[in-house]
Write a protein that binds this ligand. Structure first.
Ligand SMILES: Cc1ncc(COP(=O)(O)O)c(C=O)c1O
Length: 397
């Protein structure tokens, strides 16, 4: 009999849902026209894409959805596109973001800083991974053009109070208008929140939000930018006039349809899904806390339902992940995109971990599909692996 396999890396990616695949299939073999073509073969597809886009816009309360190839592309479009779309003045525009953003934001901001196009202020976070409202609102100045905050952190599961920021920012913008100052736009990387937390652009006061399909049961290689209001962006991919002239290139229709279906599914029964996943998270945390030398990092039970990060004293996260994989359990040492990077995780150091503690950390991430039996198996494997690594460290076979 094969070894049991437990996939606990749902933050890295999720399997495509059967219903999502079913919605996608006709767009390869039957409705394969180019939506920009004027003949019926293309126009039939255009109608379906636009109807579906509208349905999702209504669901998330966005005025417009721009389909992209990934969340990363959406993040690039927001940050670079917004800065490039500003009327040129003598002042250097400023972006306020947090120190625990995904690399898609951090590297884009760094690019803007290095190119001399924007200044960037990186907010600190506390031990639970939360920004301080005081620091954020104290940092806003005349030159500030964008506040960009990750909703659910992909490494620790810390959840930022996006709605509260949105409400406060609305007031700030009211005052700025009276002074004749420009608006501070509000963006969030909602990639890891979409599947579990209530999302509503209007209620949360967001002007822009970025997401990707493969974290919620759609394929890899399709993402979206949700827009509300009149923000002006300069597109980052030049060419044809697709996606309201904000993203050139023929739409990947099947994938776009898959992403839309996955968003619709995510909106159904979210509360039950969240509660069930929280139960699994708490069960896992309780199990980890009973293990000697294991410490849960960051927000723990106050964080997102599907992410738990922990550290083990005296062992390497990489070795833990490799030996866990030998046990049939898939876990991660950080975000999949940055693993292989020898630097300690910027998120874990930002919440106050020492480099060696960050190196000894691993992330469990899951979904409502994971059972307590799966967690029991993962915990038993974890315990075996830790003992093995400690024995190796002491030179005992
Ligand atoms: C919070 C967050 N933002 C952005 C991304 C990037 O998504 P993609 O690889 O689809 O561009 C990820 C993926 O790990 C993520 O977790």
């Amino acid at each position: 009999m094969g070894k049991k396999k437990v996939y606990l890396d749902w933050v890295a990616t999720t399997p495509v849902k059967k219903e999502v695949l079913e919605v996608m299939m006709p767009f390869w073999l039957e409705k394969w026209g180019n939506p920009s073509s004027l003949h019926s073969c293309g126009q039939e597809v255009r109608k379906i894409v636009e109807k579906t886009r509208k349905e999702v816009e209504e669901l998330v309360r966005a005025d417009r959805i721009i389909f992209t190839g990934s969340a990363t592309e959406s993040l690039n479009l927001v940050h670079k596109g917004l800065i490039e779309g500003l009327n040129k003045t003598d002042c250097l525009p400023e972006i306020i973001t947090s120190s625990i953003e995904h690399k898609g934001v951090l590297e884009t901001c760094e690019h803007l800083e290095k190119s001399g196009l924007a200044g960037v202020r990186y907010l600190r976070v506390d031990g639970k991974g939360k920004i301080s409202m005081e620091e954020l609102f104290g940092a806003i100045k005349k030159e500030t053009v964008l506040v960009s905050l990750i909703w659910v952190n992909n490494e620790t599961g810390a959840v930022q109070e996006i709605e509260e920021v949105g409400k406060k920012l609305k007031k700030v913008n009211g005052e700025r208008k009276k002074r004749g100052w420009g608006k501070v736009w509000f963006h969030s990387d909602i990639t890891q929140g979409m599947g579990y937390l209530d999302f509503d652009m209007k209620r949360m006061g967001l002007d822009l939000a970025s997401m990707t399909g493969h974290k919620i049961g759609a394929p890899k290689g399709v993402g979206a930018l949700f827009l509300r209001g009149s923000v002006s962006l300069v597109r980052q991919i030049d060419g044809g006039g697709q996606e309201a002239k904000l993203r050139a290139g023929t739409e990947n229709v099947a994938y776009v349809m898959g992403l839309c279906k996955a968003v619709k599914i995510a909106f159904k029964g979210k509360k039950e899904k969240r509660e069930r996943t929280e139960e699994i998270r708490d069960y896992l945390i309780d199990g980890l806390k009973k293990m000697e030398g294991v410490v849960v990092n960051g927000s723990g039970k106050e964080g997102a339902p599907h992410i738990v990060n922990c550290r083990v004293s005296g062992v390497e996260g990489e070795s833990l992940a490799v030996l866990m994989s030998d046990e049939g359990v898939g876990v991660s040492t950080g975000s999949a995109c940055s693993s292989g990077d020898l630097k300690p995780s910027h998120v874990l150091t930002a919440i106050g971990l020492k480099p060696e503690e960050a190196h000894g950390s691993i992330r469990f991430s899951f979904s409502e599909k994971i059972s307590k039996k799966d967690v029991d198996y993962a915990l038993e494997s974890f315990s075996r692996v830790i003992k093995k690594l400690k024995r190796i460290r002491k030179g005992i076979k």
